[in-house]
Write a protein that binds this ligand. Structure first.
Ligand SMILES: Cc1cc2nc3c(=O)[nH]c(=O)nc-3n(C[C@H](O)[C@H](O)[C@H](O)COP(=O)(O)OP(=O)(O)OC[C@H]3O[C@@H](n4cnc5c(N)ncnc54)[C@H](O)[C@@H]3O)c2cc1C
Length: 313
């Protein structure tokens, strides 16, 4: 019986695992498939590690967990069952998204569960996207807005959220163009007037591709099905996200009515006793440093919840 099984070894899961191991808890951590920022060329804004490659940050994290006695295993968690108040069974196997490296079907038991399975970004389906993603094509202004200061930026997003996103980008640059990719229905006259006030054009044609220096991952222009190409230095898209897994559903964790992410209390505990959640799957800023902080918070509260009654006053 483990004290805690952590599902996910991104910044949230690893930070929690490190703290749990430092509390000398028996912790087992699973990871499967890539963490969210696998395409990123550097983690920005992580104090003391600004610009570190995501793979390097995670490799250091895994080493630090192992150094403290935590166990990290590559395997796809396919099921989590609550068997009792302090008793969960976690199954891993070759179902679902498992790849050839997934370990054979096995089950493990624990007194607490931490879900740190992250999100997946919905990305544009246009030729050239993969050539530039993570270096000159981004989705997160908090992460990469500073890097495009005063550059020519295209924003690919439709409707009202595209208007809000584009206005938000004025923090860094006023050389903006909103691309609605054929979906301008939600852009009202009032929105257009607001954008015009900042001289931001709206291009409504469907995007047909991205072009530039693929070797350097530098975007140079956006191509459209009709009309002239748009010369630009970077593109931001805002198409939404989805949960990387559905384990929270089978456990019955409540979701936030507005954003659909897993609700937690101020101890990172979900609506299901003994099940905690941290990182991008909870309704907070989706940043590596926030995920790591939430992982640490979850670990502190998981540890406290496991302290026997006779040691409490
Ligand atoms: C392109 C890009 C650039 C970014 N740049 C920055 C930046 O510059 N600065 C910044 O602060 N943030 C950045 N972010 C955001 C940051 O990457 C996320 O906020 C952070 O990764 C969230 O951490 P997490 O631990 O919650 O989830 P993730 O990092 O996504 O990790 C999820 C973990 O869950 C595991 N997992 C999922 N399902 C299962 C399962 N069924 N079984 C076992 N394991 C499972 C995965 O293997 C992975 O280990 C960027 C994101 C992207 C996409």
């Amino acid at each position: 019986m483990y004290d805690c099984i952590v599902i996910g070894a991104g910044p949230a899961g690893l930070s929690a695992s490190l703290f749990l191991a430092r509390y000398r808890r028996r912790v087992l951590t699973f990871h499967h498939n890539s963490p969210r920022n696998v395409y990123s060329h550097g983690v920005h804004g992580f104090l003391g590690h600004h610009g570190i490659m995501p793979s390097e940050l995670l490799a250091r994290g895994r080493d630090e967990v192992a150094m403290h006695g935590g166990l990290i295993v590559e395997g796809c968690v396919t099921k989590v069952e609550k068997l009792g108040d302090e008793h969960f069974r976690v199954s891993t196997g070759a179902e679902g998204e498992a790849d050839h490296r997934a370990i054979a079907t096995q089950s493990f038991e624990a007194r607490r569960i931490l879900l740190a399975t992250g999100l997946r970004d919905l990305t544009p389906d246009c030729p050239g996207f993969a050539d530039f993603y993570g270096v000159s094509v981004h989705h997160c202004p908090d992460c990469d807005g500073y890097e495009v200061s005063d550059r020519r930026v295209a924003v690919l997003s439709d409707g009202e959220k595209g208007v809000g996103f584009t206005l938000g980008m004025l923090t860094w640059t006023d050389k903006l163009t909103l691309l609605t990719n054929g979906g301008a229905e939600g852009v009202t006259d009032e929105h257009r007037a607001r954008l015009a006030r900042f001289s931001i054009p709206v291009r409504e044609e469907r995007v047909s591709g991205l072009e530039g220096d693929a070797g350097e991952k530098r975007l140079r222009r956006v191509l459209f099905e009709e009309g002239a190409a748009l010369e630009c230095d970077a593109l931001f898209f805002n198409l939404g996200t989805q949960m990387a897994g559905r384990l929270h559903e089978t456990l019955g964790c409540e979701l936030d009515a507005e954003c659909g992410l897993v609700t937690v209390d101020d101890e990172q505990q979900t609506s299901v006793g003994g099940v905690y959640a941290a990182g991008d799957i909870t309704p907070h800023s989706q940043l590596a440093v926030v995920a790591a902080a939430e992982g640490a918070m979850a670990a502190i509260h998981i540890h406290k919840s496991l302290i026997p009654e006779e040691r409490r006053v």
